[in-house]
Design a protein around this ligand. Structure first.
Ligand code: HEM
Ligand code: SF4
Length: 552
């Protein structure tokens, strides 16, 4: 794992010391909330419905056991004993007191963590495939590149005040688990004629105007990455709209300029700045890459795993859904579900965080990952250890066997926490999970994603079933989209029609699922495959013909 250098350490400590002063001035009244706002946003501190919220970066989702333990300590000491893992590989603390935030930032710095650029109109936390370095299908580990991008973009003098926030995601596998097409820049590591490089997409984003990223370069040699990303950002910085917040993202700049014209400007800028890059970045990348060397994997038989599979149906059910193929046959990747039926998706208590830290230390080469699907990953576990890990997870309420199933829902905080929300999303997720707890294995792979307003933090546009909570005439109204896809075959879901009231949304989802079960080819055909084959019509009929009265 990447370790902070002296420079990183000094930078983060200085930032915290500055923020301590700013907080003191806010508390004394020397700064108004308006004056304080840009300062706190530089440090990941939001003001929410009930309290401040601190968003801490977990760069490319990678975290050690010591860091996880520190998050647990922070949750206990300065929050309410839990944290919320988000779709952008961050953790959010929902209840910190302003006075305590500088101490929290110091505690984070003690373990090489920070909250810098987790808000504001800058390059945000760079996200990556949560199975990076472990997945069997990987071409190359994307994390060194993500770390390079983080170092380059942190406090970049030209890009601290972009027209709007800017999100970069990277995958090192052809199976895109990082939702690259929904990011301002998406990077796919590829090879051409034996040379490593990237396919670069630009202008993806969700929010009120969802768009998938467009390919701006189908092959970018590895050494050209930073100058090319800089060229994109510099064109966006100059051309992006600052007159209207809702039209300020690069997706709108791209849409308004057209792909060809914008690409021409990016390429021209690239030619201009490329000579300035004389190789220091590649030297830095080589240095960073060494930090991501894989652990020394343990050899050994794994009969204990085969035995547990054969004799324990609970273990087998969990292994079927929550394990992923590792690049080594004697290891597995574990996804620990933070979606226990009826709980808040993505929340972990401090005790659970400590259990995860202990398991990573004992069985997982000290590595953990946070996925954009709001789960925690143990990326490298020897198969012989899987029964013991499963038992420990079970004791901690962390062994829900539902990864990829209908209850493995992404949901944003919605009306329960968020000042921008127009509807609740957490209770809808909880109700859906409880409703399908018994039947979800038969239903099979199905991704439900819920947002509590048009900003789409819950990725509803790319859910197989997307739910968007709005407010209509003073009451919550939930719109359904179908057929969205967050992977390499990315698609924006199609709206089915009028929305449903809060009480009617779970029955509506039941009807959609019922239509799928009735019409699927076989249990091998997943929901989204059936949707692609059948189109929207049978699902709309199930939603609206049966019970028009529910349509609000
Ligand atoms: C609770 C406070 C939050 C606030 C005030 C907030 C605010 C926003 C806003 C205004 C947008 C729309 C940006 C645009 O279209 O230009 C947005 C998008 C987004 N946010 Fe949040 N958000 C919050 C929490 C979260 C959480 C908890 C997550 C992760 C679970 C998240 C992840 C995202 C994602 C993935 C998008 C859409 C992707 C895109 O940028 O196009 N946000 N957020
Ligand atoms: S989608 Fe809306 S309600 Fe949900 S977290 Fe984002 S801004 Fe808040």
């Amino acid at each position: 794992m990447y370790k902070y250098t002296e420079f990183d350490e000094a930078f983060v400590r200085t930032r915290t010391a500055q923020f301590r002063e700013q907080v003191a001035r806010r508390i004394s009244g020397a700064l108004t909330e308006d004056e304080f706002k840009p300062l706190r946003l530089m440090n990941g501190l939001y003001l929410q419905l009930h309290a401040y919220m601190l968003r801490v970066a977990i760069p490319y989702g990678t975290i050690s056991s010591a860091q996880m333990r520190q998050l647990a300590m922070i949750a206990d000491r300065w929050d309410k004993g839990y944290g919320h893992f988000t779709t952008r590989q961050n953790i959010q603390f929902n209840w910190p007191l302003l006075n305590d935030v500088p101490d929290i930032l110091d505690a984070l710095a003690d373990v090489g963590m920070h909250a810098i650029q987790t808000s504001g109109n800058c390059v945000r936390n760079v996200t990556a495939d949560h199975f990076a370095g472990a997945a069997a299908d990987e071409i190359a580990d994307p994390r060194p590149v993500a770390e390079l991008l983080r170092q380059w973009s942190t406090d970049h003098p030209e890009f601290q005040f972009l027209p709007r926030k800017f999100k970069i995601a990277i995958t090192g596998s052809p199976n895109d688990r990082a939702v690259t097409r929904a990011h301002d820049i998406g990077l796919r590591m590829i090879e051409r004629d034996g040379q490593p490089g990237f396919e670069v997409t630009m202008g993806g984003g969700l929010g009120r105007t969802p768009m998938l990223g467009r390919v701006v370069r189908d092959f970018l040699p590895r050494a050209d990455l930073l100058p090319y990303v800089e060229a994109i950002l510099s064109v966006y910085n100059a051309q992006g709209r600052r007159d209207n917040k809702y039209k300020a993202r690069i997706k709108i700049t791209l849409f308004e300029m057209g792909l060809e014209a914008m690409r021409d400007q990016v390429e021209a800028r690239f030619v201009e700045i490329r000579p300035e890059w004389t190789g220091e970045d590649q030297a830095a990348l080589a240095h960073i890459t060494a930090d991501f060397a894989p652990p020394v994997f343990r050899d050994g038989p794994f009969g204990a795993y085969e035995d547990a599979r054969a004799s324990d149906p609970v273990f087998r059910a969990w292994a079927d859904t929550n394990l992923e193929v590792h690049r080594r046959a004697d290891h597995a990747i574990i996804t620990v579900s933070l979606k226990a039926h009826g709980e808040t998706p993505g929340d972990a208590s401090s005790d659970q965080m400590r259990v995860l830290a202990d398991l990573a230390a004992q069985y997982g080469y000290d590595e953990l990952r946070i996925s954009h699907e709001q789960n925690v990953i143990l990326p490298h576990v020897h198969r012989a250890d899987l029964p013991a890990v499963h038992a420990a997870l079970r004791a901690a309420g962390l062994a829900t066997a539902n990864v990829g199933l209908i209850s493995d829902i992404i949901a944003c905080p919605g009306m329960d926490y968020c000042a921008l929300a127009t509807a609740r999303s957490i209770p809808v997720a909880q109700a859906i999970a409880e409703r399908f707890a018994e039947t979800e294995r038969d239903i099979g792979g199905l991704k439900v994603k819920i947002s509590g307003c048009i900003n789409a933090c819950g990725h509803h546009h790319v859910g197989h079933i997307g739910i968007l909570g709005l407010e209509k005439g003073g009451v919550e109204s939930y719109q359904i989209t179908l057929g969205g896809d967050a992977t390499e075959t990315a698609a924006i879901g199609e709206r089915t029609g009028p929305g449903f009231a809060y009480d009617a949304i779970v029955p509506a989802i039941e009807r959609v699922v019922g239509a799928y079960l009735a019409q699927r080819d076989s249990s091998d055909e997943t929901f989204v495959e059936a949707y692609r084959r059948l189109g929207a019509a049978p699902f709309k009929a199930a939603l609206y013909d049966a019970d028009q009265a529910n349509a609000a």
